[in-house]
Design a protein around this ligand. Structure first.
Ligand SMILES: Cc1cc2nc3c(=O)[nH]c(=O)nc-3n(C[C@H](O)[C@H](O)[C@H](O)COP(=O)(O)OP(=O)(O)OC[C@H]3O[C@@H](n4cnc5c(N)ncnc54)[C@H](O)[C@@H]3O)c2cc1C
Ligand code: FES
Ligand code: FES
Length: 474
């Protein structure tokens, strides 16, 4: 570990920058703008608009020719010390030798910009998408995290679609070199601490040691992608005295797919999970696409989604339907917790103070028919109003052996409804809906009334039933 006052450094637009006085809560966006790099803008400060997008150089999976990839992320949701050891490019660096990059030129020529507030963010996402093409094709959802209030999306989409393969520039050749690896860090200013242990034991000791020395519950916080905590910091002005970053701990970054189980490191980002699991079943790929936007998925982790215990988080309904369990670790050792007993009350889990989720284990064989449904105000880049994971195991004759049905958004915690599961296993969707009506008590909020949520939950049962029967006839 470096000494507590050592400061940190990272590569910014190809130049090393060193810091030892910036408060740990300052966002990367504010830091960049304070240095005069004002291309990245603040539109929302909560990860919704993409105006603040910048590029991180990350590791690519499965390409020996291009071991690195540009990952666009929302700089408003990154505490500056989390950039320690990273390599970052802002929109200012994309016009190499003063010549507009393809994305910038295409946006100008095709009328993709009016007031221009969103434009740098779009250019950053487009650039990443163009340079990602070297290994796989153009993804039309690559711009899913960028919002524009005035131009309209057609010219922006046209600009994106006009781009060819990445040109042979220094920025492309950079991808032929490995991405930086993260180093341990201990950083402290008068405003707070930021630690990045790179060893699990050290992480757990650090958490316990600090918890013993401070009174407030939230004085010490694990942080992974910061896409939940960052919103609390920016919009609700929560300040954590000590953030312990989990991104350097190898024990949280494994992935394995064996005969018995799929085990996903809790510290992998959603993008990394997609990359590490190329053979993932369609239902999982669909789930991934519906989760936020690429800008969020490039930072958000599975462990963070489960630990934050939001009743409208998307991971829990699917993983509950898959009978997943969590491997967690604390100073007293490791334990395994079935996900269905993980949540105890609104935003509360059975995790003890200082315990960390190491991985999520999905038992195999996977169920025979699985669906994840998400009801939200927008199809992508939105949080669920109601979500459902439904899974069926059948025997060879086609007879249903077991069913699982789990919901988010219908109560204070994500939950399974065992009586409805039995009704679905019996092939009786009407009874399953009656059971839901009698048993679930959703809340009303700005996303949807209790009545709306209940009727959505019932209609998802109908949808599943219809899709399952249709499959049976194919
Ligand atoms: C614009 C936007 C869109 C979003 N869209 C969606 C969406 O579509 N679906 C959805 O479900 N969520 C969505 N979210 C919420 C958020 O992105 C996810 O919950 C994300 O997975 C959180 O992961 P993180 O790594 O960023 O967590 P952090 O913000 O880093 O941490 C969240 C909490 O989990 C704890 N924690 C993190 N990792 C661990 C661990 N391994 N062990 C123990 N505790 C841990 C932290 O201490 C903290 O309390 C969205 C958020 C934003 C800002
Ligand atoms: S300012 Fe809107 S996503 Fe960062
Ligand atoms: S050009 Fe004005 S917000 Fe997009």
């Amino acid at each position: 570990m470096r000494s507590a006052t050592a400061g940190f450094e990272f590569l910014l637009n190809g130049k090393l920058v060193r810091n030892n006085a910036v408060a740990p809560q300052v966002t990367l966006l504010d830091y960049l703008r304070g240095r005069g790099l004002t291309g990245a803008k603040e539109g929302c400060a909560e990860g919704e608009c993409g105006a603040c997008a910048v590029l991180f150089v990350g590791s690519a999976v499965g390409s020996a020719r291009h071991p690195s990839v540009y990952r666009p992320v929302n700089s408003c949701l990154i505490p500056v010390p989390a950039a320690s050891g990273c390599e970052i490019y802002t929109v200012e660096a994309l016009a190499e030798s003063g010549k507009l990059c393809d994305a910038q030129r295409a946006m100008a020529e095709r009328g993709g910009s009016q007031c221009g507030y969103c434009t740098p963010g779009f250019v950053v996402s487009m650039f990443a998408e163009q340079f990602r093409q070297c290994d796989s094709g153009f993804d039309p959802h690559g711009l899913g995290g960028n919002l524009c209030r005035c131009t309209g999306y057609r010219p922006i989409r046209d600009a994106m679609q006009s781009l060819g393969p990445p040109p042979d520039t220094p920025m492309r050749r950079r991808l032929e070199l490995p991405a930086p690896t993260v180093d341990p860090l201990r950083y402290e200013t008068a405003e707070g601490r930021f630690s990045r242990p790179c060893d699990l034991g050290e992480c757990l000791n650090l958490a316990t040691e600090r918890i013993a020395r401070v009174a407030e519950d939230d004085a010490v916080q694990f942080v992974a992608g910061n896409t939940d905590l960052g919103v609390m910091t920016n919009l609700r002005h929560r300040r954590f005295r000590h953030l312990i970053s989990l991104d350097g701990i190898p024990a949280l970054r494994g992935f394995s797919d064996t005969d018995d189980a799929i085990e996903i490191g809790a510290g992998l980002t959603l993008t990394e999970i997609g990359d590490r699991w190329p053979g993932a079943p369609d239902f999982f790929r669909d789930w991934l696409r519906l989760f936020a936007s690429p800008l969020i998925r490039n930072r958000a982790t599975l462990g963070g989604n489960l630990a934050t215990a939001s009743p409208i988080g998307d991971a829990a309904p699917l993983l509950l339907a898959l009978d997943a369990e969590l491997v967690v670790s604390g100073v007293n050792g490791e334990r395994t917790i079935p996900l269905h007993s993980f949540y105890v009350a609104y935003r509360q889990t059975v995790l003890q103070r200082g315990e960390v989720i190491l991985s999520v284990r999905i038992p195999k064989p996977l169920p025979d028919f699985v669906r994840f449904y998400k009801v939200a105000k927008r199809r992508v880049d939105d949080i669920s109003t109601v979500a459902a994971g439904i899974a069926i195991r059948t025997e060879e004759s086609g007879r249903i052996l077991t069913a699982r049905i789990a919901f988010g958004g219908v109560g204070p915690i994500p939950l399974r409804v065992p009586d409805a599961e039995q009704a679905i296993a019996d092939g009786d969707a009407e009874r399953a809906k009656d059971i839901l009506r009698a048993n679930i008590r959703p809340m009303s909020d700005h996303r949807g009334s209790a009545g709306y949520r209940l009727s959505m939950a019932c209609s998802l049962v109908d949808k599943f039933n219809w899709e399952y029967r249709k499959r049976g006839r194919q």
